[in-house]
Ligand binder design. Structure first.
Ligand SMILES: [Zn+2]
Length: 244
């Protein structure tokens, strides 16, 4: 009798423990689904410059996506993936896709998928050079890529849209933000909007981490990383959201 009672109590304790764990997992999933995030990406090919900033990303636990202009995977691509970042594609020769014929689109944006795959890198995201896209291009590219990204506007999107479709991305370049004060105000406005939209994602991007019209400076980049992580936002790679 006593043994049976012990077994019963043991079973009840075990059941309670299992429920607590399952409840915890469920709460965690709900919390993750509601967690706002940022997809930060860098375009073109600034391998050495980008790699210099891997320690800065590491400092904030931030993973990013590099949309590379290349004909095949380079050492940088493997280093980035090893560090937990993602590699997306940005055409072979940085061409304005809206001006190409069908075969040129194939050569610039579709054929390289196989070249990268043969060398161990699966390309699942694409960013249009100059942000030049069309509905026809989106339709064609989205049968090869999960996400295609523009480069001109700011928008927050839901996580479902980040799994498959076209998304815009907000430029962080100096040319769009002449003063530090204006830059910080724009970033604060984006982060404030994010915090009001459960589970929303903000897409932002630049080129090199440096001075110059079309880049973002180290100080400005760190401002984003610091503010966003303080506010509890997560930095997602494009691939990470496609797989969730
Ligand atoms: Zn570009």
């Amino acid at each position: 009798m006593r043994r049976k009672k012990m077994l019963f109590i043991g079973g009840a304790v075990l059941l309670a423990a299992v429920c607590a764990v399952l409840g915890g997992i469920k709460l965690y999933r709900v919390a993750e689904a509601n967690r706002c995030g940022i997809c930060l990406s860098f375009d073109d090919y600034n391998a050495e410059n980008w790699e210099d900033y891997f320690p800065l990303f590491e400092k904030y636990g931030v993973k990013v996506t590099f949309f590379v202009t290349a004909s095949e995977p380079t050492d940088f691509c493997y280093h980035a993936i090893e560090a937990g970042h993602d590699i997306g594609f940005h055409t072979v020769d940085h061409v304005d896709m809206s001006k190409l014929d069908e075969d040129e689109v194939y050569q610039q944006a579709i054929a390289p998928i196989e070249t990268f795959r043969e060398k161990g890198i699966e390309l699942t995201s694409f960013a249009y050079p100059y942000g030049a896209y069309s509905e026809e291009l989106n339709q064609r590219l989205l049968s090869y890529y999960k996400v295609v990204r523009g480069a001109r506007q700011y928008q927050t999107v839901g996580k479902a849209q980040m799994r498959h479709g076209f998304v815009e991305s907000y430029p962080l370049h100096s040319i769009n933000h002449p003063s530090d004060e204006e830059f910080r105000e724009s970033i604060d406005a984006i982060l404030d909007e994010l915090s009001r939209n459960k589970g929303a994602i903000a897409n932002i991007y630049s080129h090199a981490i440096a001075g110059g019209d079309w880049n973002v400076t180290e100080e400005r980049l760190e401002y984003i990383l610091k503010r966003a992580t303080e506010m509890g936002f997560k930095f997602y790679t494009y691939r990470e959201l496609q797989e969730n």
